[in-house]
Design a protein around this ligand. Structure first.
Ligand code: NAP
Ligand code: ZN
Length: 352
């Protein structure tokens, strides 16, 4: 075991604080990574607060990890010492079920292993509960380590590992193309990436937000228009006009007003709230043959494709850099929708 410094929570009501956790010894198929940067996802807050009812403490969050390879196991062929690499929301899966074979490890039929709050597949012991990127180093199975393009601003690449793939994947799955009208609901970490990707794919992109003061930023990020969702007249003006809506709102809310915005046969994909939604009126689906769907991050192959797409289109996240001991106030600010548009921890602040 290797003892590493980490920042985490011992229960849902505790602030995050510095602690020491054990990383497993290097396995043949492992890449040991020195963590340089880690993004702060709203999921880190849900996990710490036990919003999904599966928290096992301590929780060391962090699944938007950028780092440098420190050492590799004997069977590792894809990465070498010194490489710039990334790790997202998964660190293992069975690799044999139909989902894994279809490059959809996030839907592994035997359960993918989350980067944090997961159970190590091989060890399974108490000490091998997985711990995320709010720490100085991490041990990850080779197949779950991504190559990071060299032409992008490294610290701003970190959020692509979750916010990026979570928005890229549904836009690709629903085949968004030039000329489609795409709405992105919620301008936060996921939403700002959704805007950038939909714009880069050639769609007419509309930011759907509760925050009028974010309108200027939305346009700078690539939105062709802004719809203030609390304004009924603005909603009415867009009824029946969207080919696709990506909904990133992190909490339960009324989705009926958004369903009315869809065209016939169009889909709204939920990626935010993983909790009961407010009742949906059947008429909002039946009239117009509309669909509500969901999507979870993306597979490893598609995550690499997304990183390469970003390299080609010069896309990164808009980040606010923080030191590791700023993390509790960063959590508060994310919950108040007050981040432009992703916090990223500079892990150097943890090493001095
Ligand atoms: P975030 O940075 O906090 O952004 C969420 C945005 O949603 C806010 O900025 C706000 O935008 C809007 N919003 C917040 N509360 C709202 C409310 N009550 N009603 C309407 N809009 C509201 O969060 P994030 O990191 O983007 O994550 C969003 C959600 O996605 C979280 O629940 C996270 O756990 C989940 N997630 C899912 C996946 C997946 O694979 N499906 C992956 C990562 C994260 P405006 O100010 O513009 O309204
Ligand atoms: Zn995330």
């Amino acid at each position: 075991m290797i003892a590493v410094k980490a920042y985490g929570a011992v229960d849902k009501d505790a602030a995050l604080k510095e602690m020491t956790v054990n990383r497993r010894d290097l396995r043949d198929s492992d890449v040991h990574i020195d963590v340089l940067y880690c993004g702060v996802c709203h999921s880190d807050i849900h996990a710490k607060n036990n919003d999904w009812g599966n928290a096992k403490y301590p929780i060391i969050p962090g699944h938007e990890i950028i780092g440098k390879v420190l050492e590799t196991g004997t069977s590792v062929t894809g990465h070498k010492v010194g490489d710039l690499v990334g790790v997202g929301c998964m660190v293992d899966s069975c690799q044999t079920c139909s989902a894994c074979k279809d490059d959809l490890e996030q839907f592994c039929e035997n359960g993918m292993t989350g980067t944090y709050n997961g159970k190590d597949r091989i060890g399974g012991a108490e000490s091998e509960h997985t711990f995320g990127g709010y720490s100085t180093s991490i041990m990850v199975r080779e197949e779950f380590v991504l190559r990071i393009p060299k032409n992008l601003d490294t610290k701003a690449v970190a959020p692509l590992l979750c916010a990026g793939i979570t928005t890229y994947s549904p836009l690709k799955h629903w085949k968004i193309k030039k000329g489609d009208k795409v709405g992105v609901v919620g301008l936060g970490g996921l939403g700002h990436m959704g805007i950038k990707f939909a714009h880069a794919m050639g769609a007419e992109t509309i930011m759907i937000t509760t925050s009028p003061e974010k309108a200027k930023d939305a346009k700078r990020l690539g939105a062709d228009g802004v719809l203030i969702s609390t304004n009924d007249n603005e909603l009415k003006a867009h009824i029946g006009s969207f080919d696709f809506i990506l909904n990133t709102v992190p909490v339960s809310h009324d989705i009926n007003p958004y369903l009315k915005l869809l065209k016939r046969d169009a889909t709204m994909c939920m990626v935010g709230a993983i909790e009961p939604l407010k009742p949906m009126h059947g008429g909002n689906l039946i009239i117009g043959r509309k669909s509500v769907a969901g999507s979870l991050i993306g597979g490893i192959k598609e995550t690499q494709e997304m990183l390469d797409f970003c390299a080609e289109h010069d896309i990164v996240s808009d980040v606010e850099m923080i030191n590791v001991d700023d993390i509790n106030s960063a959590f508060d600010r994310v919950q108040n929708s007050d981040v432009k548009y992703r916090f990223v921890i500079d892990m150097q602040s943890f090493k001095i």
